[in-house]
Design a protein around this ligand. Sequence first.
Ligand code: DC
Length: 224
Amino acid sequence: MGQMDRLIIAIDGPSGSGKSTLARLLSERLGYLYLDTGAMYRAAALGARKAGIDIDDNQALAKFCSELDICFMVEEGAVKTLLKGEDVSEEIREPEMGMLASAISARPPVREKMVELQRRMGERGGVVLEGRDIGTVVFPRADLKFYLDASLAERAQRRGKELSEKGKKVELKEVMEEIKERDHKDRSRDLAPLKKADEAIVIDSTDKGIQEVLEEMLGYLIQK
Ligand code: DC
């Protein structure tokens, strides 16, 4: 791979667009680090809830962020999210944690802290970062930027399947409402809203399989 060794690859898009799966597969294929930045916001949300922090209280939130301890660990091939050393990978996947993460991610002290952490973890390259603002804010000079999208119905279907496979009972209509609301919040916030970076390659995965999208992404990579 030679000079492809240390690229920074950004994948942004709304929830359920296939970002996580593709970022993971791409990083495995390339032997790159995989950074799920949504998991970081989810862990921050969980930490704030556990500590009883009012997220509208700037001072309390800033203090909470300065002490925030989030890291990733690979265990048996799977990436685990640790909050103060405790494995919270399962807990942060609850649908309500998505909503809480979306709310807390709109707060300035939280974004500041996360962006700093993400830059530090990614600056040496050889990394695939996935989120909402990677190509626009975290690494505006990323070597390759993708914007993944899919129809709302398809995204809800995927999310619903994911949850029911984990044994959670879900109503498709509710999942769709949740995604719709969260998308709206993530797109309309003042700070680092979800949007396509100018140079990002848009891939609509509505009628595509994972392998197909992966090959498409690898195709763009080879052109680099
Ligand atoms: O990707 P996800 O669904 O796990 O992300 C949860 C929330 O975190 C999402 O609704 C918005 C926020 N987020 C963000 O603001 N910026 C990112 N780079 C990643 C996630």
